[in-house]
Design a protein around this ligand. Structure first.
Ligand SMILES: CC(C)(COP(=O)(O)OP(=O)(O)OC[C@H]1O[C@@H](n2cnc3c(N)ncnc32)[C@H](O)[C@@H]1OP(=O)(O)O)[C@@H](O)C(=O)NCCC(=O)NCCS
Length: 150
């Protein structure tokens, strides 16, 4: 596939949320029930957010959150199935990590269920799994203990 005409865009105002939702529904098993209004908040609080374009068709997306120095995390890396296997996913991640908000960061993290091989090709390594913990919000958790204020 000749992908020389494919454009990578870091301007968040260009993101087409309807196309983004469709992209998630086609290719992102973890993001099937997302809503446009929530995606707008997530992207407003992400920097950079990169969209990938074939003319007017949005065929890829990825975003990151970063403190600019110590830690950053990559989220929601997607290339439309019609365009996979042509080097665009690699270019998408490389565009993300070369952005000034990530390029000087000490450690760039990501979570992946199935795509370890892809990220390894780009230079990511396995971190120690026992160091990663998560708090699931909006789910039952232990009863909060009352805080005593003196
Ligand atoms: C993962 C994804 C973004 C990769 O995009 P892509 O455009 O197909 O990947 P590329 O063509 O740029 O591949 C780059 C390199 O990784 C390799 N690669 C791609 N997927 C791989 C996999 N699953 N396992 C091992 N290697 C893989 C390619 O062979 C290529 O190797 P090379 O540099 O030696 O040529 C794409 O498959 C996708 O969108 N999948 C669905 C969504 C998803 O799972 N995203 C990741 C969530 S964490």
């Amino acid at each position: 596939m000749d992908c020389r005409h494919i454009q990578f865009c870091d301007n968040k105002s260009k993101i087409d949320f309807k196309q983004l939702l469709e992209l998630f529904q086609i290719a992102a098993f973890w993001a099937q029930s997302r809503k446009i209004e929530d995606l707008e908040v997530a992207i407003a609080n992400s920097e950079p957010a990169i969209s990938v374009w074939d003319g007017d068709r949005m065929i890829g997306f990825a975003r990151a959150t970063s403190d600019g120095v110590y830690r950053a995390t990559i989220w929601d890396v997607i290339i439309h199935p019609d365009y996979q296997g042509a080097g665009l996913g690699r270019k998408l991640v490389e565009t993300l990590i070369s952005h000034p908000r990530l390029s000087r960061v000490e450690r760039v993290y990501l979570l992946t269920t199935y795509q370890q091989g892809f990220y390894a090709r780009i230079g990511f390594e396995y971190s120690n799994p026992s160091t990663t913990m998560v708090l699931y919000n909006n789910q039952p958790v232990a009863e909060p203990q009352p805080v005593q204020v003196r």
